[in-house]
Design a protein around this ligand. Sequence first.
Ligand code: ATP
Ligand code: MG
Length: 785
Amino acid sequence: MNTTTDTIQTLPVLALKNTVLFPQLFMPLSAGRKASMAAVEAALATEEKTLVLVAQRDASVEETGAADLYTIGTRAVIKKVNRTEAGVELLVQGLERVALVRVEQTEPYLKARVRPLPLPEDGGPEVEALFRATVELAGRALELTEARGQFNVAQLVEQAQEPLRLTYLLGSLLALDVAKEQGLLEADTRLEALRLLYGHLSHEVQVLELRHKIASTAANEMTQQQREYVLRRQMEAIRQELGEKEPEKAEAEELRQRLAEADLPDDVRKEAERELRKLERLPAAAPDFQVTRAYLELVLELPWRKSEAAPIDLAHARRILDEDHYGLDDVKERILEHLAVLKLNPKANAPILCLVGPPGVGKTSLGRSIARALGRKFERMSLGGMHDEAELRGHRRTYIGAMPGRVLQAVRRAGVNNPLLMLDEVDKLGRDFRGDPAAALLEILDPAQNDTFRDNYLDLPFDLSKVFFITTANALDTVPRPLLDRMEILRLSGYSEEEKVQIARRYLLPRRLAEAGLTAEQLHVPDETVRRLIARYTREAGVRELERHLGRAARKVARRFAEGRTEPVTIGPEDLTDLLGPERFRPERGRQTLEPGVATGLAWTETGGEVLYIEASLVPGTRGVRLTGQLGNVMKESARAAQTYVRAHARQLGIDPELFRRAGVHVHVPAGAVPKDGPSAGVAMVTALASAYSGIAVRGDTAMTGEITLSGLVLPIGGVKEKVLAARRVGMRRVVLPRDNEQDLRDLPEEVRREMQFILAERIEEVLAATLPDLAARAQAASRN
Ligand SMILES: Nc1ncnc2c1ncn2[C@@H]1O[C@H](COP(=O)(O)OP(=O)(O)OP(=O)(O)O)[C@@H](O)[C@H]1O
Ligand SMILES: [Mg+2]
């Protein structure tokens, strides 16, 4: 686990009375206030289980608002929770200092944006000297206090070889008032922190010495130590009388009980017993106590031998896949093939499935569906932005705040060793100096190695070979090659309007109705309303926004019923603005007529298809090609190739070759938001250039895509379905495509195929004949002469 982050996060905030939590330290807490309990629950609902603890300026304030809190606090992770009648009891560990940047909400609990404040790291002789002096003084202070029984200075200093940690430890031991503790937390250099602490300590020592003098001169001959001993014995006797055990003993005993009952492999049991013996020797206040206990709990909770799955039944699986998802026939077919292989040969080295497609097309929900079909538990984790190998594999236990890696955590959450584990966003995996998570991932996914997967924290081999891994990605170009080789790619493309209507009617709407507590009789949403919703409120390849809007509409209607309505409701297209606010998009229209030099290209993006206009105009007195519009290198090359081609074939194309001597060309590609790279704009470039040099306009109803070679061949491209749907969306009815993409047309819904005309081209001349018919006619006439 990362103890620090460098990003701004929004987290629940818990107000602390009379105390401050320092980074790296553990602290038991109890929360009884409503807002506090809500904040704790909100934190527990997240995977990280972190929240921010900030001290109250005044402990007597009950309903704390932002103004009652200090602005610097500590991000902490919840290590243990115990819900009681009075509230919740927690064990938290401080992770890092944070500054509250903005309060986002105060109800039902405080939530704020926080920015990490790195811990000071200054050093030098002055820090060193002050550190030693502080250790000495702390020794004196501890000698004089009742903490003596529990803490031995040498031990303390050994634990805190680091000045800042010592400062924090002592700061929390000294029972300082909140303002002083806060001062320590806020100190921006170690020197300052040590100075503050040294001041408080000297004061403390003076007071203690005075008290000591008074105590020792008093008639009481019992030393402090003896008195304490007697008191402790009395306490123990009382406990025994009441049948209570010492809390740490009770905890260890409980763990021993669980260990006896757990189904563990022998070597694991041996290791667990060793740790348990260690725990029994430690006092509960020792930092190691919590660390060891957390470790034992992990060992006990991991599903070493527990699995849960139904036998693979292909007919049943197909039924479930169809029950949850509309269409996607190819993908479902491939999934069933994969399951068939697993059924026949469970040990087969089957590749990992990778679902690739734009957001909201059903990758995650397909994963859930597969899990349901197989009777397996479903867990998911996102690899997005993961840089640190340790996030996957865990940190060694010697690290402060160490935790198992995310894979093991997911298996622990699943509670069985054969869940379906979905690894989202493989394409967003990072890598840097902290190691290469992709390499770790490869090992995790490799059936030859993952039966003895070793997490750094657990430090025992764990068998991951029964886990059913599925990965997802929006695009594949950033996925490392070796990972790609291990995966079987299943592509999901965007949906056409008609498909979206079907999905809405058959799947999304019934689900959202049920969620809002409505029946199909109570709320009717006709298809034309769904169509309007798709066109005016969403712009997406998938159906996530659509589903969200349907949910909102359903909830609003549900409220009317709750308020007493009895007649059924029908939402017509004109009712949408009332329910969902003003329309967000105007219907897109393609350019009706094009100037000479402009061609309609098609681009594929991670979120679907886009129409892209390529604009070429002659610049007399210059030479060659100038490019603007933030084009990627590949697209630039394809513009140059297009120019070379048009120039070399000018005469055949019916263009005066002289022109190239007199004028260069400027190619511009507007549309700021679309990433413009890749070779697939080649045919549109050639068309735009041929149009610019001939002065003949390109047909306005025709869009085109395809890569070109210098010899005039048209090569296949990707993303056909999204591109065709984008052309259709803006009202184009003709699309020029590479001949080799013919088989991709099968992915198009029936009605799209019926409505659109496709021109499949093998060579540039065929493209130009379709896009610039007048020029082609002129060329033909010229060649006849
Ligand atoms: N073909 C479909 N039939 C029924 N529901 C669908 C279909 N495709 C998507 N959905 C629904 O759309 C919603 C969004 O899908 P999901 O969360 O699976 O998208 P995703 O592909 O995982 O997106 P992302 O890349 O953003 O993670 C879900 O509720 C899902 O059930
Ligand atoms: Mg998803």
